[in-house]
Design a protein around this ligand. Sequence first.
Ligand code: NCD
Ligand code: ZN
Length: 354
Amino acid sequence: MALVRLPGLVDVHVHLREPGSEAKETFADGTRAALAGGIVTVLDMPNNPGAPTVTPAALADKATRAAVGTCCDIGFHYGATPDNLDTFATVADQVFGLKLYLDHTTGTLLIERLDATAAILAAWPAAKPLLVHAEERTVAAVLGLIAVQPRRVHFCHVSLGSEIRLIRAAKERGLPVTCEVAPHHLFLSAADLPRLGAYGLMKPPLRSGADVDALWDHLDVIDMIATDHAPHTHADKAAGTPAYGVPGLQTALPLMLTAVAAGRLTLDRLVALMATTPRRVFALPDPPATFVEIDPAARWTIRNADQYTRCGWTPFDGLAVQGRVQRVVVRGREVVRDGVVPAEPGSGQVLIPA
Ligand code: NCD
Ligand code: ZN
């Protein structure tokens, strides 16, 4: 069995659930899932219900909790609201990006008015990443805005053919945009919903087979894979109004390796999508003496029982994949070996931008 070494992977879009929803997940088990999936650096989103990361105090509290719990390296995104622009200067050098929710999602961070969006874009330091949750027509709205009010924007979880085609056209015209796609939008479609039920619900939702094909056809436009890891408990999913979101940290690399084995992309391109480009776009340091050892030939089946996330399930349960993480080393320490994650809570670093 020929093992292959990859650099430590990055996920710039995760929803670990501290503080506020520890029954769904904690920093400790979410980041163990990350390491088990070869991801050594995560950037956490601000939409914690009850305590969204939209004030300097909430950010400081989250960082303190993460320092105790995290098993991998972790940094944070700050959340924009129509009313917190005056805090941007205080937090900008402590976070990796500002997140704007322009379409409905979990939590209360929706920004509906165009003037509020324009003001936020103008107030955030131009050199720092700005991430938008935009779907369909709001993608066009953001592109229109930055055409007249220039600034770099990163589009989260692109899921529609219409979106990726528009982003291609924007890039061809020289607009400074980047985008990410989530594995569930590449490996699942609306056709899986009858089988998955509430476990297939997330925002943006699973799309048509034609949309999935369009994402694969425009793979060269996609800058990075990000999981939008958003665990919810079985009870949350069984509720009359089920929670939106699926975990993804532990399964992203095996899924992408399976696509490599099928000839859909090269291993070099996978490394660009999951390590090099996200580190460059979000100015993330590359930890020294860090690597992920994979067995690209190993065939195995993803199982709920093997998931480290506290929620204990994955929408990919039962899927046969090819390519397995054998060993992960971070700063010279072995943190994963043969499916066991010996990393201790608090052993990861809380990252502050350089
Ligand atoms: C996310 C969550 O649960 O926090 N859910 C989701 O379906 N993606 C929120 C989000 O990223 O929109
Ligand atoms: Zn998200």
